[in-house]
Write a protein that binds this ligand. Structure first.
Ligand code: 3PG
Length: 204
């Protein structure tokens, strides 16, 4: 799968933080049932790799690793079954590891210099992070003027209410967010309903 194919699978990439593989499977199945198939599992808990491996086995799910900070985490994610990789930023070592892995990779950018450094490393598809705190849609629109080749998955502070506005901007291929899953105990039917609403959104 190319990075563009990944970014156009659906309008929203759920950003998911799990403690328990069994919970991860329940949530992933609900999201897939609701129509969201690209699922980012963050490496923010001690059990994250086990949760990623569990999500990777859910039929219909395209599981990826988020919060990938270094080559060791990237390699562990690939071993756990990640089919794509997301990072909040970019280092040279991470860029090299991502190219080596040959999987779709979304490095995080927030400034013109971030984008120029990432372009130098051969990347043109980015996570705009932290999207709202970094200036929101006005900031992204301003950044896109010099970087017409770039496309983005804004993430960070986006909600069900604001996702449509982000998606209406042509340089936004999809958005990421944690609003799809409210944490352990979140009822399955509520997760499915949120996923359905999100999956029905259409990028410009
Ligand atoms: C991320 O982890 O990519 C973002 O922090 C998710 O941001 P959100 O929780 O504001 O959606």
């Amino acid at each position: 799968m190319t990075i563009d194919e990944l970014m156009t699978q659906g309008p929203v990439i759920p950003v998911l933080t799990f403690d328990q593989p069994r919970e991860a499977v329940r949530v992933a199945e609900a999201l897939v049932e609701g129509g969201l198939t690209v699922l980012e599992v963050t490496l923010r808990t001690p059990t994250a790799l086990d949760c990623l491996a569990a999500v990777a086995k859910v039929p219909g799910a395209i599981a990826g690793a988020g919060t990938v900070l270094n080559p060791a985490q990237l390699e562990a994610s690939v071993r756990a079954g990640a089919r794509f990789l997301v990072s909040p930023g970019l280092t040279k070592s991470l860029a090299n590891a991502a190219r080596g892995a040959g999987l779709p990779f979304l490095p995080g950018v927030a400034t013109a210099t971030d984008i120029m450094r990432a372009l130098d490393q051969g990347f043109t598809r980015f996570k705009f992070f932290p999207a709202v705190a970094a200036g929101g849609l006005p900031a992204l629109k301003a950044l896109c003027a010099p970087f017409t080749m770039a496309r983005f998955c804004p993430t960070g502070g986006i909600s069900s209410a604001t996702a449509p506005e982000w998606l209406s901007f042509r340089s936004v291929a999809c958005v990421g967010g944690s609003w799809l899953y409210a944490g352990e105990g979140d009822p399955t039917d509520a997760i499915i309903a949120r996923a359905r609403t999100a999956a029905a959104l259409r990028p410009a």
